[in-house]
Ligand binder design. Structure first.
Ligand SMILES: [Fe+2]
Length: 211
């Protein structure tokens, strides 16, 4: 974790204070309408395989991992991370998604995991694809001990739809916006194609009010 450094030099008192600046908190994003109404029976952190179905899911298999830290850079263990997104065809596994696109029984649609002692997490999913009105994105919800959830969304670097996405566009600060946009690069492991790193900095209250 790269920490920004800040310092105050007071010549009068001949003191040098080297204060560690806070990290920029990851901006919240709306929950959106497609959180699953009922969680799938298979709800682990591999969305590309579903118990009882031939796999893998349709799409470009993509590993997304990172660390959850507070604004001082301290790792946050024990954070429940939930993700959900469209399948490889661009459809949510949600009854309110009425697009005429295939349902993929081998795609889990939703997954969850808990951060380790070092704040690390990881998911295997498919690369999110755009759907009408939205850039490719993955929804994230973070919570601890059943508390209120912090919602945000991860976007894919280089997606042309990012420029016009109305949810991403609500983040005005360019640095905060960049914190939500993740490059997906070729994966070093054989069973996935792409990999990306999405670190999340939770604000002073580790899991904040809903936006
Ligand atoms: Fe969405």
């Amino acid at each position: 974790m790269l920490l920004g450094m800040g310092g105050t030099l007071s010549l009068g008192a001949l003191t040098l204070r080297d204060a560690r600046a806070d990290l920029l908190a990851t901006p919240p994003q709306m929950e959106g309408p497609f959180y699953p109404p009922r969680l799938p029976l298979d709800r682990d952190n591999d969305l590309t395989r579903v118990d009882g179905h031939e796999g893998p899911a349709y799409g470009v298999v993509t590993d997304v991992s990172g660390h959850i830290v507070d604004v001082r850079g301290a790792p946050l263990p024990g954070v429940l991370i939930e993700i959900w997104q469209v399948n490889g065809y661009g459809r949510y596994h949600h009854p309110d998604d009425r697009q005429d696109l295939p349902y993929d029984p081998s795609f889990q649609g939703y997954g969850r995991t808990v951060t380790r002692e070092d704040g690390a997490y990881g998911f295997r999913t498919v690369r999110p694809v755009p759907y009408p009105g939205r850039a490719p994105h993955i929804h994230f919800a973070l919570s601890r001990d059943g508390g209120k959830k912090f919602y945000t969304q991860m976007y894919v670097a280089g997606a042309p739809e990012n420029a016009s996405d109305f949810v991403l566009g609500q983040v005005r600060d360019p640095r905060a916006r960049d914190a939500l946009i993740v490059p997906l690069v070729p994966s070093p492991v054989a069973d996935s194609t792409l990999t990306g790193r999405f670190d999340i900095v939770l604000g002073h209250t580790p899991v904040t009010e809903e936006p």
